[in-house]
Structure formats: C-alpha cells, structure tokens
Design a protein around this ligand. Structure first.
Ligand code: SAM
Length: 259
C-alpha cells in the first residue's frame, strides 16, 4: 500500500525484521488470547501477530489506514477506527470471547501521546494481563527508574504503583521508516496483583506525587509543606528530595491522606 507517513499521528513504521521478530516473541501470541494492537500502521506487527492468533482487534486513528485494513478483510481481524486516548479499554477487555486466554494490549505507540495514553490505560489495568509497548527510550527509562536514580520522576512513581515494568528491548532509529530522531525501547508492563488503592487513594497519590515533584531541587519540607503535619514526615524525609522517596512510601502517604 502507498502511504505517506503522517507526522501528526506519530507515524514511524517498523522495517527491521529482526526487531519485529523480537517484539512478536515478547508478546508471545497464542491462539485464544484477547489482544488489541494500538496503531497498526502498515502492519509490521499486525500480520505476524495474526498468524498466531484466532482474533486480533486493531485500533487506528488514521482513516486511510482503517480503510486499508477493512479492505484487506483478514480472517479474525476486527478494525476499530478511533482515538486510543478516548477508547474504553475496560469495556474492550471485558468483551473478549468466552474462555479467551490472556488479555494483552500491544503496539508501537505514537510517541507524541505516550504519557497521556499510559495514564489512560491505568483505568483498565485490573482486567489486563500485560502491555507490551514500543516507546521513546527516554520515556521507558523514566518509567522503570528506581528511587534515588536521576530519571526517577512522577511518571515512575505513578506507573510503578500500578505495574511491574521492565525495559526488554532497545531499538535504534534505523529500524524505522522514516527514522525518528530519538532512540526507542520496548517495555513490558504487568499490572501489580498487590495493587490495593481505591479511587480516592489513587487521586491522593496523584496529588502528593505531583506536589513532591513540583520543584525537583527543593526539599520535601518545602514541596510537601501542605501535607507535612498529616504525614508526620521524619527529619530525613523533610530534608529529602522527591526522587529519594520509594514508591511504597508514596503509596503509604496516599493512604494516610485519603483516610
Ligand atoms: N505499528 C506500526 C509499525 O510498527 O510500523 C505503526 C506504528 S506508528 C509509530 C503509530 C501508529 O499509531 C500509526 O499507525 C498511527 O496512525 C497510529 N496512531 C496515532 N495516534 C493514534 C491515536 N490517538 N489512536 C490510535 N492510533 C493512533
């Protein structure tokens, strides 16, 4: 199919067969899985995935690509035209065929919307088994960074509170056409089974983490001044910076603040 890559949809199409093979092996598709691919583009991942699955759902925003996939009318393929940022992944996950296997969301994501999309997906984490995504390498490094590391940020805390995450593959720009200006990486995200925050506690986590990281160089004595008393912060915590506090400690704080 002739298609000119559209920048506004973050279109960089995977070309490298070795990288494609590695990503498919990481997704490990088996016949009865319930899988949705975000942004199939020209199908670098789609066709090899479909070769191993009974059913595959595609979610694509670009009308020309939607028309292409509809006209291909491949067996087992369902094409959904839509914006992943507005898509109801919770309803999709629950709509799987009876006795379907693991539920997975996969894709080589448009990098311009990656953070909002990751946060949007959190609402469906309770019913998803695994997410495998290609993203900008810098974003993946922040996602998996541990407390104390220079990349540890709001994104790290919020996503690590909900998922186990691992950088599983590094991918250079030459693997794509057109080549992006940045390095890429594949991340595996598995929702935590021990996640115990209700909605109110999750909002408290969002608030306290945003406040803690509001000025990275300032001590928590300043950034968390509004909460310090209720949290009974210790002296070492008052003089620490947001990036020195563990995810589990942020979770404890969220529980205290929403009690
Ligand atoms: N999967 C293909 C590949 O690996 O070659 C294409 C990946 S390309 C980086 C991103 C894809 O996501 C494109 O097909 C693009 O049209 C689609 N896309 C961009 N924004 C989207 C959105 N908000 N919702 C759904 N799909 C989107």
């Amino acid at each position: 199919m002739m298609h000119r890559a559209r920048k506004r949809f973050g279109q960089n199409f995977l070309q490298d067969s070795g990288v494609i093979y590695s990503i498919i092996a990481l997704i490990n598709p088996t016949a009865n899985m319930h899988v949705i691919e975000i942004g199939p583009g020209l199908g670098a991942l789609t066709k090899p995935l479909l070769g191993n699955l009974d059913h595959l759902d595609l979610l694509e925003i670009d009308r020309d690509l939607v028309a292409y996939w509809n006209q291909e009318s491949l067996k087992g393929l369902r094409v959904i035209e839509g914006d992943a940022l507005k898509f109801d992944f919770l309803a999709w996950a629950k709509s799987g065929p009876e006795n379907s296997g693991l539920c997975k969301v996969v894709g080589n994501l448009p990098y311009n919307i990656s953070s909002p999309l990751l946060f949007h997906l959190v609402s469906a984490a309770a019913v998803i088994d695994e997410q495998i995504f290609m993203l900008q390498a810098e974003v993946v490094e922040r996602m998996v960074s541990k407390a104390g590391g220079s990349e540890f940020s709001r994104l790290s805390v919020m996503l690590q509170a909900r998922y186990h995450m691992e950088l599983v593959l590094e991918v250079p720009p030459e693997a794509f056409e057109p080549a992006p200006k940045v390095n890429s990486a594949v991340v595996r995200m598995i929702p935590r089974k021990d996640f115990s925050l209700n909605e109110k506690q999750w909002h408290a986590l969002e608030k306290v983490v945003a406040a803690a990281f509001s000025q990275r160089r300032k001590m928590l004595r300043t950034n968390l001044s509004a909460y310090a008393q209720r949290l009974s912060l210790s002296e070492p915590e008052l003089t620490a910076r947001a990036q020195d506090i563990s995810v589990e400690r942020y979770i404890e704080w969220a529980k205290i603040l929403s009690a």
